[in-house]
Write a protein that binds this ligand. Structure first.
Ligand code: FAD
Length: 280
């Protein structure tokens, strides 16, 4: 059991939880994730580590309520406990001096950028972050990402905050202005695919963080398999970060939508049971 010590609503249906997890906090590295079950009867779901405090022995995660399990997680309050929490999982990003690194983060891809950018900056990289959302109220964690970056560009699809347009448009402009050594894109699959498409002809190394459906997260069940460079990889133990130029995004999209009907039914059934409050 892992006790929740803080809970913040960052945007509509987007929640930050600070959870006691002393060992996860002690061993966490940038780019890793945890797997948790809100209740004994819940599914196991993977959520990226947003941040951790080694001294306090706590971790922070940010998640969006999209279905039954995230709904259950959002129903927990400060003082309640998450039934199980396993981590840190996944391969961390190597903390090397790459040079000028550009992060591209969309929606729920923004939280995991924070510690990766902070640590890459700490080891001497120049970090520029481009973060985007549909509209101003969905731009989250601006101050933290600003603190972790040398430069921050904010984009909204409707122009209500920052520059109007997609993060990929801001990246395209930047690619024409500066030499860039590494691009790290985290967010919706179409965004990561578009970023990889932009950087491939320029030969700029591009890392994406894949979010396939994942179950055991220890490399045994194979549910999170993805195709990278013509080979089958398990996102849980081989990733979740992969070379964006090698990823078969069409296969990922197909696998992600395999259970759409069942997910919609589960959400409908559980929404009325769990989501009794107006907001988490
Ligand atoms: C490595 C990794 C890191 C992630 N980090 C975050 C994060 O930091 N914040 C966040 O909000 N979300 C994150 N996700 C996605 C998160 O796991 C799903 O939103 C969650 O599992 C949805 O569960 P649900 O029951 O609420 O929704 P469902 O109704 O069951 O599903 C809604 C959608 O979520 C995805 N999904 C469902 N089950 C899983 C599963 N077991 N594993 C992965 N995806 C699933 C599918 O795309 C599905 O269409 C991450 C996924 C992975 C693989």
């Amino acid at each position: 059991m892992a006790r929740i010590v803080d809970k913040t609503l960052l945007a509509e249906r987007v929640v930050l939880l600070e959870i006691e997890a002393e060992k996860v906090a002690r061993y966490a590295q940038p780019g890793q994730f945890v797997v948790l079950m809100p209740f004994e009867t819940s599914e196991r779901i993977p959520i990226s580590l947003h941040n951790w405090y080694k001294e306090k022995g706590t971790i922070e995660i940010v998640f969006q309520v999209v279905g039954r399990t995230t709904l259950e997680l959002a129903s927990l309050d400060v003082g309640n406990s998450v039934y199980t929490l396993l981590g840190p999982l996944g391969r961390p990003l190597a903390l090397e001096k790459y040079g000028r690194v550009v992060f591209v983060g969309g929606g729920l891809g923004i939280p995991p950028i924070y510690t990766i950018a902070r640590e890459l900056k700490r080891v001497g990289n120049e970090v520029c972050s481009i973060i985007g959302a549909r509209t101003a109220s969905l731009v989250i964690l601006e101050e933290r990402i600003r603190e972790a970056s040398d430069e921050l560009l904010i984009c909204t699809d409707d122009g209500s905050y920052g520059r109007k347009g997609f993060v990929t448009e801001a990246l395209q402009e930047l690619l024409g202005q500066k030499h860039i050594d590494l691009v790290i894109a985290i967010g919706p699959v179409p965004m990561m695919e578009a970023v990889s498409h932009l950087t491939r002809p320029l030969g700029i190394k591009t890392i994406v963080s894949l979010n396939p459906i994942m179950l055991d997260a220890t490399g045994m069940c194979g549910v999170c398999r993805v195709k990278v460079g013509g080979e089958t990889k398990f996102a849980c133990v081989d990733g979740p970060k992969f070379d964006g130029h090698q990823v078969d995004f069409a296969d990922l999209r197909r696998r992600l939508s395999m259970y759409a009907k069942e997910e919609a039914e589960a959400l409908e059934k559980w929404e009325t049971k769990v989501w009794r409050r107006e907001s988490p």
